[in-house]
Design a protein around this ligand. Structure first.
Ligand code: DAH
Length: 334
């Protein structure tokens, strides 16, 4: 029987070494250690051995049993480590996150595209301005009451966060001279509440077109085409007299309310019209402040708030949504 046990031990070793998965290992465990397994068979036969041999063989059998048990245990943990995690190919994948422009950027880009199509370039100016560029060069002297409507955040006596993009008119005419035709998008700052319809910070787009024969008719034609480009062919425009220190004459342009087609609704306050920009013919004093002869050159200028255009176009009721980065809002413009 000792011979047999040796052979059995060798058989066990090769079998356990060769096993490849937990199921196979369990089968071997049953075969060797199960109730009807090989070890138990040997134990049964122990009774038939001569009495003096029993203790010795019994001891060997017990040791063998313990060794098989521990080998099985260590093989089990080895197999577990090698186990490849199962992948459920039917699960939906994790989508990669791809960013996209804020609706405000979409509208600004659309406006830029339109004016670039008319031959305008795109210019930029600093957000921190001097009193000269923000006011004086634009025909707004220190005592002038219209400073009130552009009041801003001051950084000392001379510097302020620009309250409009109009100072870019001065900077670009100084830098590039005339004739000139450009738009200037960018942020502006004013002392104001921060609620659904006000913000101390917003985006404007300035426009300036200066040449020797620029007329008010061109101003009207270009701005009407602009309105149709942004709000659709059926939109109508209306100009009415207004006042800006840097233009003469000055006007404001309204569009027929694109939501109710001018019939009157909550958005247009039942008037059927929405004001969208200020404009006019460049004031002679503005030309003088950059050394351009107002008898030789004329120009039109306009300024608009980009948020306002976007809010009308997409029917957005709260200006703060543009800045809050809430994906539930932004993802609607994907
Ligand atoms: N700068 C004006 C504002 O912030 C907007 C404006 C009106 C700009 C008329 C212009 C203009 O260039 O001609 O309210």
């Amino acid at each position: 029987m000792l011979e047999e046990l040796k052979r059995f031990e060798a058989e066990v070793d090769t079998a356990l070494k060769g096993v490849k998965d937990p199921e196979g290992l369990e089968q071997l465990r049953l075969r060797f250690l199960g109730r009807k397994g090989r070890i138990n068979e040997f134990f049964k036969r122990l009774g038939r051995l001569p009495v003096e041999e029993r203790p010795k063989v019994g001891k060997i059998l017990n040791q063998l049993k313990a060794r098989i048990e521990s080998t099985i245990a260590s093989r089990r943990s080895e197999l577990k480590e090698q186990e490849v995690p199962r992948i459920d190919l039917t699960l939906p994948g994790r989508m990669g996150w791809v960013g996209h422009p804020n609706p405000l950027s979409l509208v600004i880009d659309e406006i830029i595209d339109f004016f670039v199509g008319l031959g305008f370039t795109v210019e930029f100016g600093p957000e921190i301005e001097t009193d000269w560029y923000n006011f004086e060069a634009l025909n707004i002297p220190p005592y002038h009451p219209s400073r009130e409507m552009f009041s801003s955040f001051y950084l000392g006596d001379e510097l302020l966060l620009r309250s409009h993009t109009s100072p870019v008119q001065i900077r670009v005419m100084e830098r590039k001279g005339v004739p000139i035709r450009f738009i200037a998008p960018g942020p502006v700052y004013r002392v104001d509440k921060f609620d659904a319809t006000h913000s101390p910070f917003f985006y404007q787009i300035e426009g300036l077109y200066v040449d020797q024969e620029v007329s008010f008719a061109e101003l009207k034609g270009d701005l009407e085409a602009f309105a149709k480009h942004i709000f659709g062919e059926s939109v109508r425009v209306r100009f009415f007299p207004s006042y800006f220190p840097f233009t003469e004459p000055s006007a404001e342009m309204s569009i027929s309310c694109p939501i109710c087609q001018g019939k009157g609704c909550r958005v247009c306050g039942d008037s059927g019209w929405l004001e969208i920009l200020g404009c006019g013919m460049v004031h002679p004093n503005v030309f003088k402040s950059v050394g351009i002869d107002p008898d030789r050159y004329q120009g039109y200028a306009f300024g608009l708030g980009a948020e306002r255009i976007a809010m009308i176009k997409y029917i957005i009721g709260d200006i703060r949504l543009f800045y809050e980065n809430d994906f539930r809002f932004l993802d609607q413009f994907r």
